[in-house]
Design a protein around this ligand. Structure first.
Ligand SMILES: [Zn+2]
Ligand SMILES: [Zn+2]
Length: 281
């Protein structure tokens, strides 16, 4: 029973983490693929950094720069520049550089996120970026030291604070290992394993081709948990999904392409028959 509780705590903490980062930060603030209710937006702006360890404004700035300069020298994290393993530290270095730039009101960064009405978090304005890690580690330590629930404490901490590993998997493997559905100008890939483990974020090729879509999956074999969370939160009134930019699915797209091709075939056939009926001159 204890181990079941540990797995449950890990999954709940992980769900909180991916809901905040993948749904609220990424699909909401960075791309407006979902529009957060005013209350949800205020919650993310004030509590997001405490819960995830990541500054919402700093994260959105880095992510938009990634889309703007994907897999070029200016990309804040690309395996093309630093290799797959190198992305782990490159994303942390870029995040720190961008936060310092935003704190100094450097226009190279502030213009990228000028639409976000809130400042970088109180934590980062006061150089206390480490406090969320301390708080979550303290909760885990209390569970271990006071109650003897060490595994439960570890499950909580690694569930809620998994963003460095998630970020590495998405940014490295999502641009280095996997197939492609769309011919985008970057190196983006659809990595099935990362797609399944990190709430659809591994389908980077689909996402780079359709960045305004709240849904990152395209083929029937791809599963985007983040989009399921979007639909649940839309039902609860927390956000609205931008329906106009939703990516289709491969089967429907293929059916449309097949119909278009069949229509073109009929057209060509008719044209051929008309040509055949035309009297020789
Ligand atoms: Zn990407
Ligand atoms: Zn994106």
């Amino acid at each position: 029973m204890y181990y079941v509780a540990c797995v449950a705590v890990f999954l709940i903490a992980y769900l909180v983490n991916v809901t905040l980062i993948s749904v609220f930060y990424h699909r909401g603030l960075a791309h407006s693929a979902v529009v957060l209710s005013p209350g949800a937006r205020r919650f993310v702006a004030t509590m997001g950094n405490w819960l995830t360890g990541l500054d919402p404004k700093g994260w959105v700035c880095m992510h938009r720069m990634h889309h703007e300069h994907s897999d070029t020298e200016l990309d804040p994290h690309s395996p093309r520049n630093v290799g797959l393993a190198g992305v782990l530290f490159e994303q942390l270095r870029s995040y720190e550089r961008i936060l310092i730039g935003l704190a100094r009101r450097d226009r190279a960064y502030t213009t990228v996120v000028s639409d976000l009405e809130f400042r970088i978090s109180w934590l980062n304005r006061n150089r206390l970026w480490y406090l969320p890690y301390v708080v979550h580690a303290a909760i885990a330590l209390v569970l271990g030291v006071v109650f003897g629930l060490w595994i439960l404490g570890g499950a909580y901490f690694f569930g809620i604070m998994s963003h460095p590993i998630e970020g590495w998997a998405v940014n490295a493997l999502g641009h280095g290992v996997g197939g492609r559905n769309f011919n985008t100008p970057d190196d983006s890939r659809n990595n099935q394993l990362v797609g399944l483990l990190v709430a659809g974020e591994g389908y980077q090729n689909n996402h780079h081709a359709h960045p305004r879509s709240a849904k990152f999956s395209y083929r029937a074999t791809e599963f985007d948990l983040g989009y399921v969370l979007c639909k649940i939160l839309a039902f609860a009134g927390v956000l609205t999904i931008d329906q106009a930019h939703l990516i289709g699915n491969a089967n429907a797209a293929n059916a449309i392409a097949a119909r278009a091709s069949a229509a073109a075939g009929v057209g060509a056939l008719l044209h051929g028959e008309l040509e055949a009926l035309r009297p020789a001159e």
